[in-house]
Structure formats: structure tokens, C-alpha cells
Design a protein around this ligand. Structure first.
Ligand code: EPZ
Length: 446
């Protein structure tokens, strides 16, 4: 198998916008008040793609990922990390090809890991295939401390020897490789479930993951691993069973549509009014959010090729939400939903149970005239008639997009600074929104 994967002709698909060379000072300027009408194509899910890329480390054969959100900054960071390890990565249009036959470096360095915490997801695959890995501890981030103890405890239960030295996790597999085990997570974790599921595919014997996370992105990863030859059952439930196999092979897999991007644009249409067709979006991955959206007064329908969202002239109503692991209300849509509540009729309470510091958008929304009171993990949002455009600062990915949504309905001009965060997870957001009638543009920072 060639170490440099090639693209086959049948994989030719429309080109995505090229990765952006944004300065961290670049801004987005929005003149609010336009309703959104038209079609937006939902990209492949960032949070599936990043893990699927790590899964390529489990085999010496080529892995082809279709519907890859290649223009995202996080995808570029993950490519940098994999290439640093010696894995070949090619991104072209919507296709990504990875080949880890020449991996000869088992260290994920601080400079690459600090940019993106998901780098911890190379730990399980490296350990399983090569018996060793050295990964920088990720450290905290804007939304919370985000420890990785569940990843490390789980890998130790598979027999890995793990020590922390000078800010690095040093992990080695026992002679003869990782051994299957029954692991009960004390807390539901998306990343720990994925890391352990990947590691267990090449372990000896059976691994049972109890209290596993059930996010659609985990199913997507599991389905790709099965195509690679892994034996996995129980995907989509809280108990996942993996029978280890001696080796995995290459595969071709289409990445699931990004439910958070879809949810964000559903909320955009709800806020601005109008009708949007969200191509490739899947409502079955948004059930909890949909219940709340329909209580707020938004009509959403699955159609042949995506989701149709429509709001007639009525003002939206305040609704309470509480974030929970899937299938509960997603923490990654909390900030956007809060932006929507800002101009709804009446009040809504937003309770965040996943991350301890995920209300960074509140002071910025308040600068636009929102009436929000935070008490501990809850925020009461009292709807106001209108938001007012202002200069605001993006702090993390979802907080940033919440400010864009607020800007779409605010009176006057909103300038969102530090759009770097947005480009981690939203492909061509200005292009997608302006094609549907929004007055939105990116401008260089001074
Ligand atoms: C994933 O993060 C997503 N990231 C996040 O998306 C998402 O918010 C989160 O899952 C929850 O849905 C990716 O998929 C790349 P967790 P992850 O492990 O895996 C605690 C976005 O905006 N915990 O499920 O890191 C942790 O601190 C983002 O796209 C431990 O205590 O989340 C948190 O409170 C940001 N110990 C909770 O569990 C551990 O070892 C859930 O975290 C691991 C996690």
C-alpha cells in the first residue's frame, strides 16, 4: 500500500472553499434586520471528522473520508498533528485521504495539542497500534478545565502503563498489547468513549464500555471502524462492546452531516424569519433541540434532501432548556439558543450542566442590549423587543456564532472580533449566510 494516498476519480466532488488564511484580528461585520431565505448545504461534522482522522492511525492502509469539512481550521490543525506523527494527509474538495503506514513518531507536542484539545484522541490509536504514545496534556480552555482523567483511567484498565512527566502523558502498552476489559465511566464523556473505543479495536479480547456517550458522531466513528474490520456492537446505546481484532484495514467512509451547524442555521432562520432549506441536515440527530424549538414556535420538517425551517410573522416564545449528554439538549447549541431567547416573548431559563464556564457569550450579548441574569449554572433570559448592534468579542466557537446570530437581528451594525474561533467549526459562514440574504462580510483587522 502506498504511503501517499491518492484520490480516485469516482471521489470527485464539488470543491469546498480553500482553507482560510485568517489573521486572528479579522472581524465579521453584520447589518441586522434581513430575513433569511434560500438553501444552505450543511457540511460534514467537525466533531466526527476529527476523530475519524485519528482512527486512520489504527491501520497502515489508506482511509478515505468523504464529505470532509476540509476548510475548517480544526481540520487543518488535526492534519498538522497527524503529519507531524508521520501520517500522510491529503485534502481536496470534500475528500480527505489518510495513510498512516509511515508513522514513526509517537509524540503529540504541546504546541500542536494546545491549539486543539481533541489531539488527545491520538493517544488510544497510537497506543493500540504501536504500543506507545506521548501526548502533551491539553490544559484548560475557555469553556472549562476539561480534564482527561477518564481517558487515562480507561486506558490503564486496558493494561496501559501511564505516567505524567513534564506536562506530557507517557503511555505504553504491556508486552503483547492492550487487553480487553469492562470499563464503567463514572461520567458520560464523548472523547473518552471515542478514545477507548478506538484503542479497544486492536486490544486482545472483549472490551465493554458502560455509561458510554451516544452522540451521533460516536456512531459515525464506530461505523467507520466497522468498515475497517473492527467488531463493535451496541453503538447508539450506553453499552458498547468491542471484540479486539489483530489488525484493521483501509476503508472509505462518508462523514455524517454536522448536527450543530444544522441546529445553528435552524436557529438563524427562526430568529430572522423566512424559510431556509438545510441540505443534508438530519432532524433525527436534533430531537431534543427540536422539541424546544417547536415550543418556541418554529416549524421544522425533514424533506427529501434535508430540513426545511420556516418562521411566520409570530414572535418566538421563551422556553427553558438544560444541556445534557445526547440525546439531551446539546451544550454545543446552548449559546445559539440563548441568542434566540434574547428577543423572544417572555423569559427562558438556560441551564448548562456539561461545562462549568460556558456562559462567556452572556456579557457580550448584554452589550447588545440583552437582559440576562446568570446564577451559577443557570441564566434567566428575559426577551427584549430588539437588540442593538455593537462591537463584540468572540471567546470560543459556539459563543462566537451566537454573537453572529444576535447580529443578524440587531438594529444597526454588529462587529464580531476574533473570528478565528468561528473558523474552527463553521465552513464559509459569511458566504452561506449572505447567499440567503444576510448582510454580512468579513473585514481585515486593524
Ligand atoms: C466533545 O468534547 C466535543 N468536542 C465538544 O464540542 C462538546 O461540547 C462535548 O463533546 C460535549 O458534547 C469534540 O467532539 C471535538 P466530554 P469532549 O469528554 O469530548 C468532563 C464544540 O464546540 N470530562 O464529553 O472534550 C468534561 O470536563 C465542542 O464543538 C472529565 O471530567 O467532551 C466535561 O465537563 C467544544 N474527564 C464533561 O466531562 C474526562 O476525562 C463532558 O466532556 C473527560 C471529560
Amino acid at each position: 500500500m502506498s504511503p501517499s494516498p491518492s484520490f480516485s476519480a469516482d471521489a470527485a466532488q464539488p470543491l469546498s472553499p480553500p482553507p482560510l488564511a485568517t489573521s486572528s484580528l479579522d472581524k465579521i461585520r453584520i447589518r441586522g434586520g434581513k430575513s433569511l431565505n434560500g438553501e444552505i448545504t450543511i457540511s460534514g461534522a467537525k466533531n466526527a471528522a476529527l476523530k475519524l482522522m485519528s482512527a486512520a492511525l489504527l491501520t497502515g492502509e489508506s482511509l478515505y473520508l468523504e464529505n470532509a469539512p476540509n476548510a475548517l481550521r480544526d481540520i487543518a490543525s488535526q492534519s498538522d498533528l497527524l503529519e507531524y506523527l508521520g501520517c500522510a494527509v491529503k485534502r481536496e474538495g470534500r475528500l480527505m485521504a489518510l495513510n498512516a503506514s509511515t508513522v514513526d513518531n509517537f509524540t503529540a507536542p504541546y504546541d500542536l495539542v494546545r491549539k486543539m484539545r481533541t489531539s488527545i484522541l491520538v493517544l488510544g490509536p497510537l497506543l493500540a497500534r504501536f504500543g506507545q504514545a506521548r501526548v502533551s496534556l491539553p490544559g484548560g480552555c475557555a469553556i472549562g478545565t476539561r480534564p482527561v482523567d477518564l481517558h487515562l483511567k480507561g486506558l490503564a484498565e486496558l493494561g496501559a502503563e501511564i505516567s505524567i512527566e513534564e506536562g506530557y502523558i507517557n503511555a505504553t502498552a504491556p508486552q503483547g498489547g492492550l487487553q480487553g476489559a469492562t470499563i464503567r465511566f463514572p461520567k458520560v464523556s464523548v472523547g473518552a468513549t471515542e478514545n477507548l473505543m478506538m484503542a479497544a479495536t486492536l486490544a486482545k479480547g472483549t472490551t465493554i464500555l458502560q455509561n458510554a456517550a451516544r452522540e451521533p458522531e460516536i456512531n459515525d466513528l464506530g461505523e467507520c471502524l466497522i468498515k475497517m474490520g473492527a467488531k463493535i456492537s451496541g453503538l447508539g446505546t450506553d453499552t458498547i462492546t468491542i471484540e479486539g481484532v489483530p489488525h484493521l484495514s483501509g476503508a472509505r467512509h462518508e462523514i455524517v452531516a454536522d448536527r450543530i451547524e444544522a441546529g445553528t442555521y435552524i436557529i438563524a432562520a427562526a430568529m430572522t424569519g423566512g424559510t431556509l432549506n438545510l441540505k443534508n441536515a438530519r432532524l433525527d440527530h436534533l430531537t431534543s433541540a427540536l422539541g424546544h424549538l417547536s415550543q418556541a414556535g418554529i416549524e421544522v420538517q425533514q424533506n427529501m434532501d434535508g430540513v426545511l425551517v420556516h418562521r411566520n410573522g409570530h414572535r418566538l416564545k421563551g422556553v427553558d432548556i438544560m444541556t445534557e449528554p445526547y440525546p439531551g439538549f446539546p451544550t454545543d447549541l446552548q449559546a445559539q439558543f440563548m441568542a434566540m431567547l434574547c428577543t423572544a416573548e417572555g423569559a427562558g431559563m438556560v441551564t448548562e450542566t456539561i461545562f462549568e464556564n460556558r456562559f462567556m457569550h452572556v456579557p457580550e450579548l448584554a452589550r447588545m442590549g440583552a437582559d440576562i441574569t446568570v446564577q451559577g449554572h443557570s441564566a434567566i433570559v428575559r426577551g427584549v423587543e430588539t437588540l442593538k448592534g455593537a462591537e463584540v468579542m468572540a471567546t470560543d466557537l459556539r459563543a462566537s456564532v451566537a454573537l453572529v446570530l444576535a447580529g443578524l437581528v440587531a438594529e444597526g451594525t454588529t462587529t464580531v472580533n476574533r473570528i478565528y474561533h468561528l473558523e474552527r467549526g463553521y465552513e464559509d459562514i459569511t458566504g452561506k449566510l449572505s447567499a440567503c440574504g444576510a448582510e454580512i462580510e468579513r473585514v481585515g483587522g486593524e
